[in-house]
Design a protein around this ligand. Sequence first.
Ligand SMILES: O=C(O)CCC(=O)C(=O)O
Ligand SMILES: [Fe+2]
Length: 321
Amino acid sequence: MNADKTPAFLKLETKLKNLRQQAIKDDFNPDQIGETFYNCIERFDVQKSNSNCLLICLVGVGIAVALCGVALNSIQSSLHHEPCLINKDTLPPSLIGPITDCSMCEDLLSIPLYDAITKEEFEMRHAYTNRPALIRNAIQNWTALTQLDFNYLKEMYLSSNIDDIQENCAFFAYRTDFLSLKDAFESITPEMQNLEDGAPNWYIGWSNCDEHIRTMIKQMTQKPYFLPERSVCYSTWIFVGTPGIGAGIHIDSVELPSWQAQIMGSKTWTLTPPPECENVCQTISATLNPGDIIVVNTNQWYHSTLVHKGSISLSIGSEYD
Ligand SMILES: O=C(O)CCC(=O)C(=O)O
Ligand SMILES: [Fe+2]
């Protein structure tokens, strides 16, 4: 069996085995390791790449691939009888799921752009094909375009029962030190919304899963006109921040594809195909202006965002089925 292994492979294999043994000696429980690893990479931010997180992720990915033997048959056969260090149930589908069908990106040189699109065309080309789309001026009738901004949201949340809301809603601090949505709202003073060069850059995102706030936001928004009649939009997500880096490159493990509408500011999305498609597909990007909607399966495409100078960026999105 060793005949087809290179010395580098054998060295890596030994290192991984030692690492696993060391972890077990140190009383690591596979579930905890898996969970830590999963939390670490779930919304992995490249901006944090010089922190320990990267190290854990790289080691984790190495162990996951090597010891759980998902993609590499030779590793799988050699380690077949070894227990997995990371329980594979805790790993995201991007690592353990089936190989991606590259027809989602094969012939795409840019994100397909529409000034308008019918429900039929959208369904045929994009809704469930994992092929992204950018639809210009898709939310002209949303009052959010004129009514919603960061301070409106701040007031809406701080006057609600924000402690309960936080318990149930995901919060992404990205590169900020905010501990929670409440902390972010309380810390982002008018000075922090200053857009001059050199002003502090912050960017946050959260799942808007509170019923009361969801109802208020629903009154200002609508289901995008091009989504199939039967499709339902689930929990909304809100992303807001000053010019600069938004979300670092990551892949999600939510259930469904998403759309996101740009309410304020301009933001560039960069989409990178999964590694197994990198020989036939390329990284593509597009800039959204207020009124535009991007549709992306964020479970299939690695994605990152960048907010342009001139305005705070505010966007609202949702998963749909
Ligand atoms: O809007 C952003 O900056 C990131 C959004 C994102 O990562 C997502 O919707 O999955
Ligand atoms: Fe994402």
